[in-house]
Structure formats: structure tokens, C-alpha cells
Design a protein around this ligand. Sequence first.
Ligand code: SF4
Ligand code: SF4
Length: 274
Amino acid sequence: MSKFLYRHRFYISRRIVQILILTAYFGANAYGWKIVAGNLSSSVLFGFIPLSDPFATLQMFFAGAVIATDILVGALVVFLVYSVIGGRFFCSWVCPVNIVTETAAALRRKLDFEEKEHALTFSRNIRYWVIAITLGLSLIFSLAAFEMISPIGIAHRGVIFGFGFGWLFLVAIFLFDLFSQQYGWCGHICPLGGFNALIGKYSLIKVVHDKEKCLDSLACFKVCPEVEVLNMVGKYSAPVTAAGCIKCGRCLEVCDNDAFHISVVSLAEQLKER
Ligand code: SF4
Ligand code: SF4
């Protein structure tokens, strides 16, 4: 494998997976393919496995909707998958908005905005407040509040049915991330990312840091979209147990001495680390 491919192995794999998933949805709509049909809130895999977004399902519950059995089963299936591999796996391997926000972050690094005046700092916990507000609004207005404005849904529908004015929302997120704070939307505000992080908090698949191999270059800090999860880097060997890790693999790619790997980490080991 060439050095370039090795340095971008996760990035390239993730983009391929994201594009294949979008293509499968597009093919279901345009040509009746039976790989995965529906949308990112509610789909059917291979024509018979229901998949429902647990956060969208919870919003429907708060809105007072009668939730069909296949939606409930689909939410349970997704919940179990996220519990094992990590809920934010969705962010880096599936969500189309991730392509927009990672592009903004890369441009931001290239333009050196972190070092200059375009650096705000606002709390990553805002997203958990947005979850509470979303559920409150769903209850009050009897509708799935975030689904009405979700950029994830807009991006997904845009690829499948055409964008209309939805692309303006994505441009707004791109500019917000570029000029406010690195990963301002995904790392601080998006309630779906926050909700999936909570589901996958004790997932078994973890990135693991090896202190013995760490060169203290801090290259991982420059690229990690959830940099606080790397609090052990250079200090001690440990799995990344913080819920925010999106399993993007960027830390593995940029480390010159392979001080990170991905491994199964039991619940007992995780609790020891916390
Ligand atoms: S944080 Fe939200 S918008 Fe960003 S990648 Fe995750 S689900 Fe998509
Ligand atoms: S710790 Fe590594 S895999 Fe997790 S979000 Fe940061 S760069 Fe991505």
C-alpha cells in the first residue's frame, strides 16, 4: 500500500462507505434496489430488516405518536448495534453532513484559523441541552422537532430527491464550522451526534492509546474532531472511553509510530479506566 493510501486508509474507506450507502438509498428510490430503502430515520435493510433511528423514534414517542411495531423493532436493532460498535460510528461512516464538516475542518486547518482570530470556544455539552430542548418541543408541538429541520435528513433527501433550497442549510453549517469553531456543529450542537454518543458510551469497540509508542508529537490533537477524548495521550496507555469518539480513525492515520489501534475492550476494563 502506498504511503498516501496508508495515511488516509480510514478517510478513504469512510468516504467509500458513505457514498455506497447514499447510492444504495438512491438506487432504492430510482430503480427499486432492495439493499436499503427509506431514509436515515427509518429504513428497511435487504427488504426485511427494519432500521430506525432511536433518537427520531424517541421524538415520535414524545410527540404522542402511536409507534408501529416495525419502527420499535428497528430502533431496538440500531440501539443494539450502536451499543456494541459505538453510536457515533454513524457520524463518521454514514452521516452525509460529516463530509461537509470534515471539509470545513480541513480548510480551517489549512488556513490556520485555529491560531488566528476565528476561534470561539463553546461547550460540547450544548448538544445534550439541545436533546432536552428537542424532546421538550416534540412534546409541546406534537411533532418530531429535530426531524423537521435536521441537516442530516436534508442532506440525505437532497442526494436522493434533489436539493431544492436545502443546500443553503448545508452551506450555513460549512460556514459556521469554518468561521466559528472547528467541528462547531457536529462536535458541539448536533443532538443526533450527542444522543448516539450516549447510546455508545460503553460500546465494546474502542480506539486504544499506547503510551510506550507515543512520540508526543500531538499530531492526533490537530485532527481529532473530539479532542477532549484524547486526555490520556502522552500520559498513560488506555482505551478512549469518552462517548464523543466518532471512530473516524484519524488518530491512527496521523500517528507516525502507531500509538493507536482499534480493539475490543470489555465493560470491566472500561469501568476500571473511568
Ligand atoms: S454530529 Fe450530527 S450532523 Fe454531525 S456527523 Fe454526527 S449525526 Fe451527522
Ligand atoms: S480519538 Fe481518534 S477515532 Fe476517536 S474521534 Fe478522535 S481521531 Fe477519531
